[in-house]
Design a binder for this molecule. Structure first.
Ligand SMILES: Nc1ncnc2c1ncn2[C@@H]1O[C@H](COP(=O)(O)OP(=O)(O)OP(=O)(O)O)[C@@H](O)[C@H]1O
Length: 377
């Protein structure tokens, strides 16, 4: 089982007097908490920038559980890469702590840090960074070579990792004989071969064309079902974030502005900035019955023999059920207990951009008795 990764109030400031800059940023936040909010969130950051100081990451805190894919999403310059470099110890935080498996990486010596980086942490980059004059096998074995693992064992482990990534039979090929997608699989195999618990993926699929990219996303999700690594995945693409992330942190101007599941971010964006990202997301691919249902139920809405949904029922299937039943869809849990209802109007509300998705009364007769089903407060 992998270990938990914790980031606690991380700051990274580039430029002069970084510690003073952190203090100013903290005081700005205290003023804001006390209600002395200036309209512009980036206030102190902008003042610092005018002085030639960049607050690249400001007060970032989160925990990534073992087996979780935690996606950090944000536009270029929002601080994603700087955050990732602090997580793997390549960049020392100006303030704050990074803990992995309970070990505080920010307190290790350079030698201890190198050891942790080579054994416990693997990186997968956007540009595959393969060595052109090494075979696919030797590329996949590179991390093990750095660790000093004997040749026979590293080749065995590299071959296993390559097979996991769908590259059995390509071990002796050269990188330039492989397509872009296959080269990225070698990058992934190299990261997996070391058995590192923490996988840091920096825009790993961004250079791939859309179909291959989707393929790689599927493969990662599939591998993760058995590997259960602790994964931090950086992307600027919200669709990718929503497909991969158990949870997503949205960054803006160095700050994490929201952490939540894909459904949280779609349904309850923390602010207009996050909401503006979600406009182009195909909601029907993300939402499930559990996210869209009304939980204010009477209790007898599933008393007929009609088809029901479960909280995990995908939105598209929910729409199909809704079209087949003459009333709101009842959502039941594994014990067939009613946990919510979804009136047809509510589905329509969630598909659009309209923030006011609260539907009115479902006019459909519930059953042959013609009883109205759902009423909303
Ligand atoms: N070594 C550095 N020295 C000075 N400023 C830096 C340094 N590294 C990053 N920055 C600045 O910190 C801010 C955050 O950069 P960062 O690369 O972390 O963002 P990002 O979200 O990863 O962007 P991208 O998606 O383009 O890589 C930017 O304003 C950048 O110019």
């Amino acid at each position: 089982m992998s270990a938990r990764l914790e980031a606690e109030s991380l700051y990274k400031v580039f430029g002069r007097k970084p510690d003073q800059a952190v203090e100013r940023l903290r005081q700005g936040d205290v003023r804001k908490d006390q209600g002395d909010a200036r309209e512009d969130q980036g206030d102190v950051r902008e003042e610092l920038r005018a002085d030639g100081t960049t607050a690249a990451v400001i007060d970032a805190s989160f925990t990534v559980e073992p087996g979780e894919i935690f996606v950090v999403m944000g536009l270029s310059g929002s601080g994603k890469s700087t955050l990732l470099r602090m997580l793997n110890g390549l960049s020392e935080p100006t303030a704050g702590h990074v803990r992995f498996g309970g070990q505080d990486l920010t307190e290790l010596s350079d030698r201890e840090l190198r050891e942790v980086r080579s054994r416990k942490i693997s990186m997968v980059f956007q540009h595959f960074a393969l060595f052109p004059h090494r075979s696919v096998r030797d590329n996949a074995a590179y991390g093990l070579e750095v660790q000093g693992v004997p040749r026979a064992e590293r080749e065995r482990r590299a071959d296993e990792a390559l097979a996991l990534c769908g590259l059995a039979g390509w071990e002796k090929s050269w990188p330039d004989e492989l397509s872009g997608g296959m080269q990225q699989r070698v990058g992934l195999a190299r990261a997996l071969a070391t058995d590192a618990d923490l996988l840091l993926m920096d825009e790993s699929f961004s250079a791939l064309d859309p179909l291959i990219r989707r393929d790689m996303q599927d493969q990662l999700l599939d591998l993760q079902k058995t590997l259960k690594k602790t994964i931090v995945f950086i992307t600027h693409d919200l669709n990718e974030a929503m497909r991969l992330g158990d949870r997503i942190a949205v960054m803006r101007d160095g700050r994490i502005v929201q952490i939540g599941t894909a459904q949280d971010i779609l349904i309850r964006p923390a602010n207009d900035y996050v909401a503006s990202f979600t406009k182009d997301v195909d909601r029907s691919r993300v939402l499930t019955a559990g996210a869209v249902m009304e939980t204010d139920v009477r209790g007898d809405e599933a008393d007929c023999d009609c088809e029901t949904a479960t909280p995990d029922t995908p939105f598209s299937e929910l729409c199909a059920i809704s079209a087949r039943v003459p009333h709101a869809v009842a959502v039941v849990d594994g014990d067939r207990r009613l946990v919510g209802v979804v009136p047809a109007q509510r589905l329509i509300g969630f598909l659009g951009d309209d923030e006011d998705v609260v539907p009115g009364v479902c006019e459909s007769p519930r059953d042959k008795g013609g009883k109205k089903v759902i009423s909303r407060a």
